[in-house]
Each structure stands twice: as structure tokens, then as C-alpha cells.
Design a protein around this ligand. Structure first.
Ligand code: 5AD
Length: 445
């Protein structure tokens, strides 16, 4: 068997795509290797969301030069968002690359790899292609799996490169999604995360049109599945039907990732986000009223062009007001071809760094306060592995997406859903103890 080494950068959609690629190549007798020195084919699945993501790939390609020199038959491929956006730069800066293909070409990866090996000159496939649902996997799924339900984005956020890398919004038909999930569950999966760049815009492009709330209902009917998550949502498309579904559909977990980006209306307008701070807060209130146990997480960009100290204050206040369980903070990174990259008043790196630190300070305080609310509670945990720090302990997540480590070896195992009482609140995780089912609150709705 030939050996494939896959390196995945970026988002969950990329993780999902990498699995499809590993599955498709497995059908052609490639097995995965963790050792790049041992590989016949190395594929880099790339991200273009910020410049730093691109830098990592170019530096990795630099490192791989020596490997290729020692083993000229080694095939090196670049796939994913950077392939789509930066094909010219890749070929110019990294002539060792034999194959460049975008996400629409994933279904053809087997032919592409074979063609590149046969022809001995670079193969490029970055065109548009109809969306196909590829469901191959390299092996059995774990207790949790991602399932892409739609690709692309029709928003025009001025900072974002995704519409140029993943194309327009295209949804997979609900039947194909349900069939994929049934297959996963039959092999032991208990939780799925439905993925899309704007997942709550799901189904608008289908005939007949449908929506995420209807998809929840269909996925909820899959017997043996225990949990449904979904990401990422855009506040702009958040409908009353979706809010109702979050309350009513049993398997949908009490966790909502809702990117705010900024708490300042001036910045939100320049970002072209399509909502104001007041509208965002109205949605959060409506969601909390529908489902009081809901935990929110969000993305924040600091240092967007023209952002003032006053704008930053508005962001900090909004973070406190929403009281998030988790916040991802990013420094604005100008992306090629996006309107914000050409805006005046770009913010210097030192200022971005300072603002980043200020946001993280507030985030730490807010999330710690949320964590303290969980002390002593008994919650439903899906066991998904062992603790990162202590392999003798099991680890899992609550429905509200918190990591809980606990001593349960011999009494429970990966894939089980068990009640765990929170005994200690740590900065990035919770510690707990196995409890009896009768003690579980937030067990289901
Ligand atoms: N610079 C910094 N952060 C960005 N994001 C998207 N584009 C950029 C950019 N140009 C962030 C947003 C988005 C998350 C996935 O990445 O916060 O929600």
C-alpha cells in the first residue's frame, strides 16, 4: 500500500474535507501515515482566513523541500482555501508542489493524485464544480463527527475571504445529509456537528427550499443519535423558526456559536455585517428566553480598519452583557481582494496586540464567572477520549460544550453518555465525578 500523510490547517470544514480525502484515497490503496518521512504523498489542506494561516503553509512547504530532494518520487499537494486563492503564489514560491486543487475538486482527488504521479508535471484543478456529497471515511468514526450540510457564503463581510475561496452558498439535500448521519450512527457515532460557513442559511437554495429548523427535525429522527450541534451561524439569518427549533428539538444541544465580530455599530456597518449591536442583543435575549440553559460562544476581530478605543469599549461591554462561555479573538488581517484591505486607517500591529490583550482580559473574567455557575451541577457528558493532561482519566463534553475530565476508567468508556457532577472549576476545563442518572439536570430538555 502507498502511504499518505495529511496535514490539516484551519476550520472544521477542512477537518471534514481531509477525512473525505483520506477515505477516497484509501479506496485507491493509500493508507494514512503519521510520519511524513515515510509518505509517498503529502497533502496540505490549507486555510486562507488570516495571513498567519498562509505563512504556516509556506513555511511548511519550505521544510518539505529537503524531503523532496532526498525522495524525488514524493508527491506534494496543496488543497483547500489557499489552493483556490493563492495558486499562482504557491507555484511560484514552492515549485516542489506537484498538485494544487480546491475543495470543489475533492471528489476527484484519486484521479488527480494519479495524474500528477503519471505526468510528472504540476497538476492544477481550482475550477468551480457542482457540489457533491462525498461520504468516504478512512475508518470508523469516533463518538463525534462533523457533517458538512452546505458550502460557501453569499454574505459580503468586508474582511472575509471565504466567498472567494469556497464560492457561493450551496446546500446538500436533506436526504443525503440524513443518509450520511445514519451511516455514522450505525458505526457508533453519537453526536454530529452540522457544518456550513453560514449554516443557518441552510436550504434557501434548494428546490423546494428548506431551512435549518426542518433539517434539525429530520436529523433528530435518526435513531441512536444523541446530540446535534451546528456551526457557524450568522446573526443576519437567525429566524424565529430556528429559535423555536433550538427550544423544541430534543437532540439540539444548548450551545450556540454566534459571531459578534464587534460590539460597535460603526465597525459592524463598515464590516457589512447586516446587524447592529442592539439587534444582536435582541437575538441573544430571544434565544435565552427560549432556552435558558443556552451557552454562547463567539468570534471577535480586534483592530479592524478605523476601529477606535471607543469602538473597542463597545465590544468589551457587549462581551460582558452577553456573558459568553467562550470567545475566540482574532487580530484583523488584511486579505487579498477584500474591501477592508483597501480601507484607510489600518491599525498598527502593536495596537492590535494591545487590544487583543484587553479583550482577552475581559473574556477571562466573563467566562470564569460562567464556569463558576456550573460548580456542583450534575450534567450529561458524552465521553470522547482521555484527559489531555492525565491519560488515566476520561474526558468528555457537556451539552453546553464544556470539557469535563473525570475518573471513570473501568466504569464507563468512550462513546458513553453519563452523568458527571462538577467538582472543580479550572480555567479551561471542569473536573467532575461520575454521578447517578437521577442526579442529572440538563440531562435533556
Ligand atoms: N482577519 C481576522 N479575523 C478574521 N476572521 C475572518 N476574516 C478575518 C480577517 N480578515 C475571523 C472572524 C470569523 C473567524 C472564523 O475568523 O472572526 O468569524
Amino acid at each position: 500500500m502507498a502511504k499518505l500523510h495529511l496535514i490539516t490547517y484551519g476550520c472544521q470544514m477542512n477537518e471534514y474535507d481531509s477525512e473525505r480525502v483520506a477515505g477516497l484515497l484509501r479506496e485507491r490503496d493509500y493508507e494514512l501515515t503519521a510520519d511524513e518521512g515515510d509518505a509517498d504523498v503529502i497533502l496540505l489542506n490549507t486555510c486562507a482566513i488570516r495571513e498567519k494561516a498562509e505563512d504556516k503553509v509556506f513555511s511548511k512547504l519550505g521544510e518539505l523541500r529537503a524531503l523532496k530532494r532526498d525522495k524525488p518520487s514524493l508527491l506534494i499537494g496543496v488543497m483547500g482555501c489557499m489552493a483556490q486563492l493563492r495558486k499562482g503564489a504557491i507555484q511560484q514560491r514552492a515549485p516542489i508542489v506537484d498538485l494544487v486543487f480546491g475543495s470543489p475538486a475533492i471528489a476527484r482527488v484519486g484521479e488527480l493524485v494519479e495524474r500528477a504521479r503519471r505526468e510528472g508535471r504540476p497538476v492544477l484543478d481550482v475550477g468551480e464544480a457542482p457540489l457533491v456529497k462525498v461520504t468516504s471515511r478512512p475508518g470508523r468514526p469516533g463518538p463525534k463527527a462533523f457533517v458538512t450540510v452546505m458550502e460557501g457564503c453569499d454574505k459580503h463581510c468586508t474582511f472575509c475571504v471565504v466567498p472567494r475561496t469556497r464560492g457561493r452558498e450551496r446546500s446538500h439535500p436533506p436526504e443525503a445529509i440524513v443518509a450520511e448521519i445514519e451511516g455514522l450512527v450505525a458505526e457508533g457515532c453519537r453526536e454530529v456537528t452540522l457544518l456550513g460557513q453560514t449554516v443557518n442559511a441552510y436550504g434557501r437554495d434548494l428546490t423546494p427550499p428548506t431551512d435549518l429548523a426542518e433539517l434539525f427535525a429530520r436529523v433528530n429522527d435518526v435513531e441512536g443519535l444523541a446530540r446535534i450541534r451546528f456551526t457557524t451561524s450568522n446573526p443576519y439569518n437567525l429566524t424565529p423558526a430556528l429559535i423555536r427549533a433550538i427550544r423544541e428539538v430534543e437532540k439540539v444541544c444548548e450551545w450556540f456559536h454566534l459571531p459578534l465580530q464587534s460590539g460597535s455599530d460603526r465597525v459592524l456597518a463598515r464590516m457589512n455585517r447586516g446587524y447592529t449591536r442592539a439587534r444582536y442583543l435582541e437575538l441573544v435575549d430571544a434565544l435565552r428566553e427560549a432556552e435558558p440553559a443556552l451557552a454562547f460562544s463567539t468570534d471577535i476581530i480586534v483592530g479592524f480598519p478605523g476601529e477606535t478605543e471607543g469602538d473597542l469599549e463597545a465590544t468589551l461591554e457587549t462581551i460582558e452583557r452577553v456573558s459568553y462561555d467562550n470567545v475566540f479573538v482574532f487580530r484583523y488581517s488584511p486579505r487579498p481582494g477584500t474591501p477592508a484591505a483597501a480601507m484607510p486607517e489600518q491599525i498598527p500591529d502593536e495596537v492590535k496586540a494591545r487590544r487583543n490583550a484587553r479583550v482577552l482580559d475581559v473574556v477571562q473574567r466573563v467566562t470564569a464567572a460562567r464556569s463558576r455557575l456550573l460548580a456542583g451541577r450534575t450534567m450529561e457528558v458524552l465521553v470522547d477520549g482521555t484527559s489531555r493532561k492525565n491519560p488515566g482519566e476520561l474526558s468528555g463534553r457537556t451539552r453546553c460544550n464544556r470539557v469535563v475530565n473525570f475518573d471513570g476508567a473501568g466504569r464507563t468508556t468512550v462513546g458513553d453518555i453519563v452523568p458527571v457532577q462538577v467538582t472543580e472549576v479550572l480555567p479551561h476545563s471542569l473536573r467532575g465525578a461520575l454521578a447517578t442518572p437521577e442526579e442529572a439536570v440538563c440531562w435533556s430538555k
